[in-house]
Write a protein that binds this ligand. Sequence first.
Ligand code: GDP
Ligand code: MG
Length: 744
Amino acid sequence: MHFWKKRMKILSLTEQSFRQRSYSTLPEDVKSLRSVVNPDISRIRNIGIMAHIDAGKTTTTERMLYYSGYIRTLGDVDDGDTVTDFMVQERERGITIQSAAVTFDWKDYRINLIDTPGHVDFTVEVERCLRVLDGAVAVFDASAGVEAQTLTVWRQADKHRIPRICFLNKMDKNGASFTNAVESIKQKLKTKPLLLQLPIGEAKTFRGLVDVLTKERIIWKSGLDDGKNFEQKPLLEADDPNLFHEVQDARNALIEQVADLDDEFAELVLGEYSENFDLLPADKLQAAVRRVTLARAAVPVLCGSALRNKGVQPLLDAVAAYLPAPSERPDGFPKWYNDDLCALAFKVLHDKRRGPLVFIRIYSGAMKPQSAVYNINKSCTERMSRLLLPFADQQVEIPSLMAGNIALTVGLKQSATGDTIVSSKASAEAAARRAGREAGSLLLAGVDVPEPVFFCTIEPPSAAKQQDLDNALNCLQREDPSLKVKLDPDTGQTVLCGMGELHIEIIHDRIKREYGIDTYLGPLQIAYRETILNAAQAADTLDKTVGDKRHCVSVELEQRPGRAGEQVAGAPVIKFAADVAELLLMALQGTVENGIANSCIQGPLLGFPVQDIEVTVQSLTVHPDTSHTMISACVSRCMQKALKKASIQILEPLMNLEITVSEDHLSAALADLAQRRGSIQEIQSRQDNRVVVAAIPLAETMGYSTVLRSLTSGSATFTLELASYQALNSHEQRVLLQRTRGLV
Ligand code: GDP
Ligand code: MG
């Protein structure tokens, strides 16, 4: 069935979409819906697009939706009317912050696309999306090659072992260079690019490409054409002798490269086709490229220009051809669930009318609306009222969804981003038994959320609004685990902790827009850390009789400075002296460690977390009746005693900064950096631009985007990323202490 007809059928099933699209008939053949909403698992592709900001993710996504028929007009990020950038702030800022999942069909494939955010303040979002992807398309600006953020996301994708293909976008742009971009992929990403296409023309003359596997050339019309139609035919020597030989060479090189990486293909090439690679069928080569891509031994490279409507259809073909189906991914533990439901909630959005909408990736079993599910993280049973497919700009109601798919659920009130959802508590317990693990431990791995670096107080316009604000913040936290909300124990104020200036600003914006509360933010403050400069020792005893039980514990411990900078936000390293009785420890180790960790939450100087310390428990004696709470409290108190004796050093967040700036504004940017305690590590050339790689204290980055914009007439861009924590010098520390104590 043609996909457009399929779509009409699905859409017409919901009353809502029925009204929106004004379809006049309900489908006769409701049965066929099952295969439409639950396609063959081998034809599902759960993919994400990852890129540096401005490389063209949003534009490429739009074109994909357009060519697959799910939207009828081309949106334009520059006019702010694209489907995936659906949040108002995103439109205004022109960046993609929230990642929306979008489903569409391309030929016989069901593609679930998760638009990963590009801003570095939101790398947690990126991680979270990578978790549910089976494959990814890395989009590059062909005039810039690999940029800082791509490198970050690329490494994250390595961590999650996600097969990738590369799309060199903006081939039409001045300064675009296929060769340079490929070289930069080789050098910076340390990967083997497989050139599956060659561009025809470059920059202004870019008009199409050659498929290296089939030696067909694909030419799009120039001008304002929507790019739906293109001419595809074999490239003949007579058409363009130079290009013909280039493609010939590229194909031979590709065959040799793939043969080196895949034994099955090597045998084929060395046997039948060793005399003449020209006779090697394209489908054999394609199958081998697929194996190599799935094994992550190499990465296919394609090119085009999303904005000029060139190269996107072959990119979609490549997604289907080279990226894995859910069933081709190495299995984690969901196998313990057999055919029972196991799913991950990876995104929560709040809808005014319907309440929280939870995006879910199903790893095993099936989901049905009007059913109860069990959330292992929250240990609670919840009821799902409706099950939807996020089709482009619509949500389509569906009767069931199978493993491998991505769904949108309505009705789950407790589930938050990162939670594992199964069919029932009994099912979770049965799976844990099969795995030989503790009940409740079979969680789909959550996302590591980095510690927030900025915080500020937030206040409602009146005390009466506090309740509404608390509610709004609860909702926002469920959506975004990188947002932390705390209560200041001294002042009773609500404190927002976030990943960056922009992050906090956006939360503030959303509270106003989505919840109608005008809040006041206190000044943005930096989340410093504390550590110790010298070793210190302390002993403590707690002796209390409660009822007829005597709780008595004595502890002696020593703290020393740990090795700083080894890990970001290093937790205390805990050791036990040899004579701390082994038996005692087996039962109490966790309790003691808890006490130590608790004492490190608030440092003695300014109340910031204590890190980079090593603690040795030298002795521990415990009366048999003593409760764990008492032991932990005693250890904590003893730690605080020792911390008071050690001199405290304040640590500040140090950021990696990468600025891309034109040659004529370079000196202005550098002069400004010098004033911000920035240390320049490297200055690279990239076409007409210079790329400055530097380290800069977070404190010096406040308002940096505005300053840099005015210094460089808006031509520069930059990225920031937490690198480590570094010690303030004694002068800086004194000034900070005076300022926080209100002395200056
Ligand atoms: P994102 O930040 O990665 O989502 O990038 P966008 O899709 O928002 O695009 C960023 C800017 O690059 C916009 O001004 C687009 O119009 C422009 N752009 C996107 N694709 C192309 C392309 O193929 N060629 C050129 N010249 N510009 C493009
Ligand atoms: Mg975008």
